[in-house]
Design a binder for this molecule. Structure first.
Ligand code: EPZ
Length: 417
């Protein structure tokens, strides 16, 4: 079983190119089902979640070829409409195939999705929205049996903002005759990137990034070559790593507007930040000051996926902070591991009270999910002595060899078996 071994004592310096965004690429891979030609995706990182989505595409009959960091997909030859539980159970994004398959084939059988164990992850908003478009959906034996023959363009309002449900309904509407109007949509940059990808194939999606998205149905989608946006959570993770070690780093291939709230919080902690159109420079001369409070929310509020990194940052900053996690009820799972390293954190319900300490102490810890695992790596960059982290397959879901990136910036970290 591979582990990561981290030693503190090194400020991070240098420049790094951020890979394409996992949470943009996963729905884009699902959306490639709709294409009548060939989809070529550039600058693809080695995330295990991407491999899993490609395996689902192949199981549908699509041709999927990866050479280097390019993936080429031929969806024209898809001849199946079943997404097996086996292939979909480990990732949340498998459910996004539902909208695309229904839009193109009008029928789909799909297993309940999986994903990081960060709390309950219902799909009621996906189902309600697809039923509003006329899909007939029966849930039994852990599968959704879906009939889309009577689907038609409609107007639907989400009762709460959901990234995945917004993406699923966008995909489900692309090939429907007429105009579908979706209200109270998620506004995350990854939703906008999916719309841009679809429009690059000749779709007609307007308003992505705002509350209301209108999809004008088209007959078919043509080939495209596309590069997704930079991964804002990977970028944010490395910015926090720089803040924790007191370094000076340039993060390239990232749109600072995708991290607006996070950059503001880092500036309040005492970091010097320069944001340019496709890069962010951060330097931290001294130990960060704690924020009074952090509350997660939907974009453009503080992203829940950055909460674990900031939990670690607050654990080693000067002062105390109250962190409120409002999206997922299981996103403080790394607290016991951080406490083992000497952190002072108390959790009650969806709140964590953090009193910063100057130095944690290295220990053997275990990752419990993707972002919590990355938070433990960040803790190791501060802790005295060595920290080893196991269950790093969680981290590999959304970081392409995090040890390689951090070593490039001067950290002492290696993958050991
Ligand atoms: C996406 O998950 C991301 N995953 C998550 O990133 C991210 O944390 C989340 O959006 C929020 O930004 C991908 O894009 C693959 P939601 P998603 O639907 O779509 C509730 C990571 O670490 N909800 O926006 O599943 C839900 O419980 C991952 O990269 C329902 O109640 O998130 C949550 O409280 C983790 N019913 C809120 O909505 C539903 O049908 C937002 O969830 C769907 C969601």
């Amino acid at each position: 079983m591979e582990k990561l071994k981290v030693h503190s004592g090194h400020k991070l310096f240098g420049s790094i190119d951020i890979c394409s965004s996992k949470n943009a690429l996963l729905p884009i891979l699902a959306g490639s089902v709709l294409c009548d030609g060939e989809v070529t995706l550039l600058n693809i990182p080695n995330f295990s979640d991407i491999d899993k989505m490609c395996a689902i595409l192949r199981s549908l009959g699509a041709g999927v070829v990866r050479f280097g960091n390019t993936i080429s997909i031929n969806a024209k030859i898809i001849d199946k409409t079943v997404v097996s539980y086996e292939l979909g159970k480990d990732i949340r994004a498998s459910i996004i195939f539902l909208g695309a398959i229904l839009s193109k084939f009008k029928t789909c059988k799909i297993g309940q999705p999986g994903g990081c164990m960060i709390g309950s992850r219902p799909i009621d908003l996906h189902i309600k929205g697809l039923r509003a478009l006329g899909a007939k959906i029966i849930e039994e034996h852990g599968y959704l049996f879906c009939d889309g023959k009577d689907m038609k363009a409609s107007t639907f309002t989400f009762e709460k903002q959901s990234v995945g449900a917004t993406e699923n309904l966008m995909l489900a509407s692309i090939l429907l005759k007429g105009n579908t109007i979706l209200h109270n949509c998620a506004k995350e940059p990854e939703v906008v990137d999916l719309a841009n990808f679809l429009n690059s194939m000749g779709a007609n999606v307007c308003g992505a990034g705002t509350n209301t998205i209108t999809i004008y149905g088209v007959e078919k989608l043509h080939s495209t070559t596309y590069q997704a946006i930079g991964d804002r959570i990977v970028a944010g993770t490395y910015l926090v790593a720089t803040a924790i070690t007191g370094g000076n780093v340039e993060i390239c291939n990232i749109n600072p507007k995708h991290l607006g709230y996070v950059l503001k919080k880092l500036a309040f902690c005492g970091c010097n930040i320069i944001a340019k159109n496709d890069r962010i420079l951060l330097s931290a001369e001294k130990r960060c000051k704690s924020l009074k409070s952090i509350t997660t929310g939907v974009f453009p509020k503080f992203p829940t996926d950055m909460q674990s990194a900031f939990l670690t940052l607050m654990a080693v900053s000067k002062g105390s902070c109250v962190i409120q996690e409002k999206l997922f009820d299981g996103r403080f799972k790394q607290v016991p591991e951080l406490v083992k390293m000497g952190a002072k954190i108390d959790v009650f319900c969806n709140m964590a009270k953090v009193v910063g300490v100057e130095r944690l102490s290295g220990a053997d810890v275990s990752a419990t999910d993707l972002r919590a695992g990355a938070g433990l790596v960040l803790a190791g960059l501060n802790a005295d002595g060595y920290t080893t982290i196991d269950n790093i397959h969680f981290i590999d879901r959304g970081y392409d060899h995090i040890e390689r990136d951090l070593s490039l910036l001067g950290a002492e970290i290696e993958r050991i078996s």
